[in-house]
Design a protein around this ligand. Structure first.
Ligand code: NAD
Ligand code: MG
Length: 390
C-alpha cells in the first residue's frame, strides 16, 4: 500500500484526493493530513482516515485541535515549520502538495530534500522558485508528478516521447466565466459572479485566477519548469468545453491531446497510482454527446494578467515571484471587497514595474522579492483604495 501524506487536505484538491483514496481500498493509506485553520474538517477527516500524523499551520487552531478527541494521532505538528517536519517523515511514500499559494514552497522543498516523490497540485511554488525546486528534485532524483489537469495532460502526452521532439505545448483554458463577455462588464464584477466558475469547482483563490486568466499565466510558468521549455514554446488556447486538458505538438507536426471528463479526481488518481492506471467509476466522456469543441485565441487586452505572466515568463529571475505575490495580495483584497476586479492586473503591473529584477536568483532572493512585492501591493492598495483601477 502506498503511504500518502496530503498537505492541504481540507481544501478542494485535498478533499478530492481523500475521495480517490476512499474509492480505491487496498491501494493507498492516508499517513498524514494537514490544514491551515479548518480544524473541524480536519477533525472529521482524522476520524475517518485515522492518519498517523496531523499538521496544523495556525498555532491557535492547533491547540484547539489537540483537545478534540477525533484528532488522536501519533504526532501533531504545528506551524509552517511543523508542516516541513511532517513532510520529512520516513514512512511517507508520496506527498500530495495541495496547499494553496506561496505557503506551499517551504514544505515542498523540505519534502524534496527528504527525497519524497511529490504529487504536485500547488502551482505558486513552481512559479516563484521553479529553478530551485526542479534543481533540487533532479539532485535528489525524485519524481514530481503533476496534478494540475493541464500539466497532467502534458505529462501523459510526453511520457513515452523524446523531449527533443517537442515543439509546442498548447495549454488549454476553459476561459473562466468571462472569456466571451465584454471588457467593460468584466471590470466591475463582484466576487459572487467571479466565483461562479462554469466548469470546475475549486478553491476561491484559483477560481478568481481563472476569471482573470492569471491561472493560465501561472500554468505557463509551471509548464516551463516542469517540462523544460521556453515561454515561446507555450501557446494558450481558450477551449470552453474543457474536454481537452492540453496538447503537445511534435516537430513532425503530430499533435497529441489528452481528453477526459472534467473532474479533478481523474488527474489526482493518476498522480497517486502512477505508473499504473486504476479502473474507477468516475465520470467518463461520451463522444456522442460532445457536439462541438471550440478553440479561441485569448485576447491579451481583455485579460491583461496573461500578458503580465508572459512578461514574467520571458524575464524570469525574481519577476515571477513578484507577479505571484502581487496577484495573491490583489486577489485576497478583491475577495474582501477592498478593490474591484479590474484593479487586480493594475496592481500587479505597478508592482512589477517597480521591481528591480534579479536574474538567476537563489532561494533567499526569491523569498525577499516575494515579501517586497506583498508589501508594495498592500501599500499601493492602501493608498488608492477601491478606486485603484480608475
Ligand atoms: P483551497 O483553498 O480549497 O485549499 C487550500 C488548502 O491549503 C487548505 O487545506 C488550507 O487549509 C491549506 N492552506 C491554505 N493556506 C495555508 C497556509 N498558509 N499554510 C498551510 N496550509 C494552508 O485550494 P485548492 O483549490 O484545493 O487549491 C490548492 C492548490 O492546488 C492551489 O495552488 C491551486 O492553484 C492548485 N490547483 C487546484 C485545482 C482545483 O481544482 N482546486 C486544480 C489545479 C491546481
Ligand atoms: Mg489547471
Amino acid at each position: 500500500m502506498k503511504r500518502v501524506a496530503i498537505l492541504g487536505s481540507t481544501g478542494s484538491i485535498g478533499r478530492n484526493t481523500l475521495d480517490v483514496i476512499r474509492r480505491n481500498p487496498g491501494e493507498f493509506r492516508v499517513l498524514a493530513i494537514t490544514a491551515n485553520s479548518d480544524i473541524d474538517t480536519l477533525g472529521l477527516q482524522a476520524e475517518i482516515f485515522k492518519p498517523a500524523f496531523i499538521g496544523v499551520a495556525d498555532a491557535v487552531c492547533a491547540e484547539k485541535l489537540r483537545s478534540k478527541r477525533s484528532a488522536q494521532c501519533r504526532k501533531l505538528f504545528t506551524g509552517l515549520d511543523g508542516l516541513c517536519r511532517l513532510a520529512e517523515q520516513k514512512e511517507i511514500d508520496l506527498l500530495v502538495l495541495a496547499i494553496s499559494g506561496a505557503a506551499a514552497l517551504r514544505p515542498l522543498l523540505a519534502a524534496i530534500e527528504a527525497a519524497k516523490d511529490i504529487a504536485l497540485a500547488n502551482k505558486e511554488a513552481l512559479v516563484m522558485a521553479g529553478q530551485v525546486v526542479m534543481g533540487l528534485a533532479a539532485r535528489k532524483k525524485i519524481r514530481i508528478i503533476p496534478i494540475d489537469s493541464e500539466q497532467s495532460a502534458i505529462w501523459q502526452c510526453l511520457e513515452k516521447e523524446e523531449r527533443c521532439g517537442l515543439k509546442y505545448i498548447y495549454l488549454t483554458a476553459s476561459g473562466g466565466p468571462f472569456w466571451n463577455k465584454p471588457a467593460k462588464f468584466i471590470k466591475k464584477c463582484a466576487p459572487e459572479a467571479v466565483l461562479r466558475h462554469p466548469r470546475w469547482n475549486m478553491g476561491e483563490k484559483i477560481t478568481v485566477d481563472s476569471a482573470t486568466m492569471m491561472n493560465k499565466g501561472l500554468e505557463l510558468l509551471e509548464a516551463m519548469h516542469l517540462f523544460g521549455v521556453g515561454a515561446d514554446q507555450v501557446k494558450i488556447i481558450i477551449h470552453p468545453e474543457a474536454v481537452i486538458h492540453s496538447m503537445v505538438e511534435f516537430r513532425d507536426g503530430v499533435v497529441m491531446a489528452q481528453m477526459s471528463a472534467t473532474d479533478m479526481r481523474i488527474p489526482i488518481q493518476y498522480a497517486l497510482s502512477y505508473p499504473r492506471r486504476l479502473s474507477n467509476t468516475l465520470p467518463k466522456l461520451d463522444f456522442y454527446k460532445l457536439h462541438e469543441l471550440r478553440f479561441v485565441k485569448p485576447d491579451l487586452k481583455k485579460f491583461p494578467c496573461l500578458a503580465l505572466a508572459y512578461r514574467a515568463a520571458k524575464a524570469l529571475g525574481t519577476l515571477p515571484a513578484v507577479l505571484n505575490a502581487a496577484n495573491e495580495v490583489s486577489v485576497s483584497e478583491f475577495l474582501r471587497r477592498r478593490i474591484c476586479f479590474g484593479a487586480i492586473p493594475r496592481v500587479i503591473e505597478i508592482v512589477m514595474d517597480r521591481h528591480c529584477n534579479r536574474k538567476n536568483p537563489e532561494l533567499a532572493h526569491i523569498l525577499e522579492a516575494d515579501q517586497w512585492a506583498r508589501a508594495e501591493a498592500e501599500k499601493y492598495i492602501a493608498k488608492k483604495g477601491i478606486g485603484v483601477n480608475k
